[in-house]
Design a protein around this ligand. Structure first.
Ligand code: MD3
Ligand code: FE
Length: 218
């Protein structure tokens, strides 16, 4: 038997594509603690709007924790050992984050997931993430686990080709997604965040993505 939310009520697992799952409210109970830990990380490694190679600035603000952090600048995208803002190592991934990522991956059939990088996105009203693949990790044997916190967002989920048909679903506070194997390189994105107010985060949506990368610069 899997993890139960409440006595006798099995946790839901929605397979949106082969080896891609949504675990509704999987992180609901720990969400307040996760937000507190995000606010703590923001004090050492503040959220920032990164530049893209073509000179545009991302509408999503981001930071990282872990052995490596995802960065973007005029030279492109990569994982870096040091935070370019401080020149120091990124904050460690809190044990509660690791435990949640491991449990979610296991619930989706990916045993023994040990992330070494956690990208933290902060969406303010209107912020969006255009359709992309997560392919800077170098090794695609590991899944990615994502946790949505705060305001809900419309998530776009396509196939391995940019031209593949896109499905839209809402990701709400506490929802966890796990995707690997056949879906690891599927295109995905987030529609512009709609105005709203969340009791825990205010006018903001956070998203944690746990990754295992083998490509680390610096
Ligand atoms: C992809 N973050 O940081 S993860 C990213 O909500 C990123 O901030 C988004 O894309 C965010 O790179 C979305 C959600 C997700 C869920 C299920 C997927 C992406 C997926 C299934 C297959 C492929
Ligand atoms: Fe992504």
């Amino acid at each position: 038997m899997g993890e139960d939310l409440f006595d006798g009520v099995p946790a839901q697992k929605i397979e949106i594509a082969p080896e891609a799952f949504i675990l509704p409210r999987f992180a609901f109970e720990t969400a307040a603690r996760l937000v507190t830990l995000i606010e703590k990380i923001d004090k050492t490694a503040p959220f920032r709007h990164m530049k893209l190679r073509r000179g545009r600035t991302m509408s999503v603000a981001l930071t990282n924790c872990g052995e490596a952090g995802w960065v973007s600048d005029c030279r492109g995208y990569r994982y870096e050992k040091l935070d370019p803002h401080s020149g120091k190592a990124w904050p460690d991934i809190p044990p509660e984050f690791i435990e949640l990522a491991e449990q979610a991956a296991r619930s989706a059939g990916f045993d023994g997931f040990l992330p070494n990088a956690c990208l933290i996105n902060r969406y303010e009203i209107g912020a969006r993430l255009s359709l992309h693949q997560d392919k800077d990790e170098g090794d695609f044997r590991y899944p990615i686990v994502s946790v949505s916190l705060g305001l809900p967002a419309k998530f776009l989920f396509g196939g391995p080709q940019r031209s593949d048909k896109v499905k839209r679903m809402i990701l709400s506070h506490g929802d966890v997604c796990v995707w690997g194997g056949a879906s690891r390189l599927c295109y995905h994105g987030i529609d512009p965040l709609k105005p709203g107010e969340h009791a825990l985060t205010g006018a903001v949506r956070y998203n944690l993505t746990f990754r295992r990368t083998s490509e680390i610069s610096g």
